[in-house]
Each structure stands twice: as structure tokens, then as C-alpha cells.
Ligand binder design. Structure first.
Ligand code: F0G
Length: 364
């Protein structure tokens, strides 16, 4: 029986000519990509100068983060060459995506996780997708250093962003932005951890530009958490620390290409504090209805810090009248139920009567 392909999504199907695949490549897809670009009235107003701010809501991918874009390509290529095992180091989202796509391809998957620092939702995902979960007494950088040592083994496919197919898949997010806006934005802000995604977006924009799909290129703006900011400090951070566990990385694998993206695009990389991240996460949810995990709130915090109309910040000179700004919000809020933003959450108890409800609602 021939199984019908009903995909209207899936980044390999949609952007095949820009990706390192052939007709022979078995496509392992969960219909990732095609995530919404949501206009944000609140942020547009906060920036002023008639700016238009959009959120690229990557939390709406199948496993709830942008990692699915790279994983469809990496796992498809692994299957094509006959690898048997998938492995990665991860702060949580890569492991969730790797485990899901490995399950889809029926390959075995092992994930190396830094001890005690992974958001609960991400752990649950990898577990249910059937990965072997290894908890390392060390941080992400230790985990990646170990994983790299499997690169000589042909049976094993490393699916961290040191795998070039990951970056290839992730660049499709830039294509989608251009496809919707009709050109590149003026500024593109995103969180930076292992620095693969900023590298991928810049590649995507450049390739689309070369193909005549956009006339301009954006300035790339990376945001790192204050306690995990090797790119800003220009040195390895031995013990990175932040509540945004997804970007708790002290020695990013794509350090050089990320710096090249920032330099070539005349952008910048800056820090935001944990307090700014949590505030941005709460505000994005309550002012726009967009719920993201802490790391994903970093670009929002950065936008408010450097481009808010009340901010006396040198970066505001980068704005022109009517600038179009895209912030990638990389992962879904439901992944991390223990976020500090949840402190103070309270339920109001009520008797099961209308009278009681009216009293609580303070409506006459
Ligand atoms: N946002 C989220 C939600 C992430 O999970 C990550 C990275 C980033 C941003 C940063 O992206 O590494 O390409 O600079 N998470 C990786 C992981 C490290 O293992 O899930 P990057």
C-alpha cells in the first residue's frame, strides 16, 4: 500500500532546493516549520519611531522549539547514510527534538544532559520519545566535549549543531521571515547559547539575498544571559549560570561563525540579566498572549533594554523611521513549568455558587 504524503509543511519539502538533500534522501519529518510571524503592537509601541516588531514563534514547532528545523535534516541525512545511533549533548531542547526525530526514524537515541539543569517538560519529552537519558555530572560544555569524541564512529550521528545539517535546516526560519515580510527585516534579535541559530539565520538571509529573494540584509543582534555571556566577554565562561537554562553555555561551538554573522551584518551581541529575562517573559505573555520559555524572552528583554523609546541607548541610532524588527522566540513556555515567573502564582478558591463568583470577580 502506498502511503500518501499529506505534508503541507516540513522544511525539507518546502525548501528542498536550498538544502543538501536529493530524491534519495529519506525525509524524516514531523511537519516542522511554517511557524507564525506575529505582529506585536505592545513592542512596536515600546520601540516607537513607527517600528513594526514581529515575533517568530518557534515554540509552535512539533517538539516546541526551533531545533526541529535542523533535526529533520540531520536525522534524514543520518538515515540516508545508514547511521544506527543518534547522540547529542543538550540543555534540553536539542535532546527533545533529537529523541522525537530518532523515534520517527526508529533509530536509537542517547542524550547527554547537564546535571539538574534541564527544564522538566524537556526531560519528559526525551523520556517519552524513548531516548536513553544520561545525566552528566558536569555542564553542557563538558557534555559537548564528550559527544565530539564519538565523531570517528560511523555508526553514530552527532546531532548537535556541530553537525552541518543542523545549521542547514535551521536557516529555513530566515527564509520564512522573508517569504512573509517580502524582504529581510532591518533588525533580527535572537537568544544566543551554543551560537548555532544566529549562524543559521545569517546563512539563510545571505542565501536568500544571493537568490534574489530579498533586497536587503538584517543586522543580527544576539542576546546572552548575563552569567553566560562568552561572546560578549570574549572569553570562555567556566561556570555559566542563568535561570534561562537553555542558554547556559560557556564555550559555544559556533563562536566564530556567530561573531562573523554579527560583524558582517553590522549587528551586536549584548547581555540581559535574569531579572530582565523573567520580566520580559511575563510581559510577553500578559501583553501579547505569547508564552515562551525564559531563554526565548532574552531577545524581548534586549529589545526593551536597547530600543525602547525611553532608553538612552547608543543602539537606538540603528533604528530608522518604520524599522521592521523580528525577534525569534525560540521555545514554548510550557517546557519549563518551574520558571521563576511561576513564583507567586495563586488560585482563588470559590464555593460552587454564582454568588461567590460574583464576589470574587467584583462585578455587580
Ligand atoms: N533558545 C532556546 C529555547 C534553546 O533551547 C537554545 C539552545 C537557544 C535559544 C540558543 O540557540 O544554541 O543555537 O545559540 N539550546 C541548545 C539545546 C543548546 O541543547 O537545546 P543556539
Amino acid at each position: 500500500m502506498k502511503i500518501p504524503f499529506l505534508h503541507d509543511r516540513g522544511v525539507i519539502n518546502r525548501y528542498r532546493q536550498y538544502l543538501p538533500v536529493t530524491e534519495k534522501t529519506p525525509v524524516v519529518s514531523l511537519s516542522e516549520g511554517s511557524t507564525p510571524l506575529i505582529y506585536s503592537p505592545w513592542l512596536s509601541d515600546a520601540v516607537g519611531r513607527d517600528a513594526q516588531v514581529y515575533l517568530k514563534y518557534e515554540g509552535l514547532n512539533p517538539t516546541g522549539s526551533f531545533k526541529d528545523r535542523g533535526m529533520t535534516v540531520a536525522v534524514s541525512k543520518a538515515l540516508e547514510r545508514g547511521a544506527q545511533h543518534i547522540i547529542c549533548a543538550s540543555t534540553g531542547n536539542t535532546s527533545a527534538a533529537a529523541a522525537a526525530y530518532a523515534a520517527r526514524a526508529q533509530l536509537s537515541c542517547a542524550v547527554l544532559l547537564p546535571h539538574g539543569k534541564i527544564a522538566t517538560g524537556k526531560l519528559l519529552q526525551a523520556f517519552l520519545y524513548g531516548a536513553k537519558m544520561i545525566c552528566l555530572r558536569g555542564n553542557f560544555d563538558d557534555a559537548l566535549r564528550l559527544v565530539r569524541q564519538f565523531s570517528e564512529n560511523p555508526e553514530i550521528e552527532i546531532v548537535n549543531s556541530i553537525n552541518p545539517f543542523r545549521i542547514e535546516g535551521q536557516k529555513t526560519a530566515a527564509f520564512e521571515v522573508v517569504d512573509l515580510l517580502g524582504d529581510a527585516p532591518d533588525l533580527h534579535l535572537l537568544p544566543v547559547g551554543n551560537a548555532g541559530n544566529i549562524t543559521a539565520y545569517w546563512r539563510g538571509y545571505k542565501e536568500y539575498h544571493a537568490a534574489g529573494k530579498c533586497r536587503t540584509l538584517p543586522r543580527m543582534v544576539g542576546l546572552q544571559a548575563y552569567g553566560s555571556a562568552p561572546l560578549v566577554l570574549k572569553q570562555i565562561v567556566e561556570e555559566p549560570d542563568t535561570i534561562a537554562s537553555a542558554i547556559r553555555i560557556g564555550n559555544p561551538a559556533s563562536w566564530q561563525p556567530a561573531l562573523a554573522a554579527i560583524d558582517e551584518s553590522a549587528g551586536f551581541v549584548e547581555t540581559v540579566t535574569d531579572a530582565e529575562i523573567v520580566t520580559a517573559q511575563v510581559q510577553l505573555a500578559s501583553k501579547e498572549g505569547v508564552f515562551v520559555e525564559p531563554a526565548s524572552a532574552a531577545p524581548i528583554a534586549g529589545l526593551l533594554k536597547h530600543f525602547r523609546k525611553s532608553a538612552e541607548d547608543r543602539h537606538r541610532t540603528l533604528l530608522r523611521e518604520g524599522s521592521r524588527i523580528v525577534c525569534t522566540v525560540t521555545g514554548h513556555g510550557l517546557k519549563d513549568p518551574n520558571t521563576p515567573a511561576a513564583i507567586g502564582m495563586k488560585l482563588i478558591e470559590s464555593e460552587p455558587t454564582l454568588e461567590s463568583l460574583y464576589r470574587i470577580l467584583e462585578i455587580q
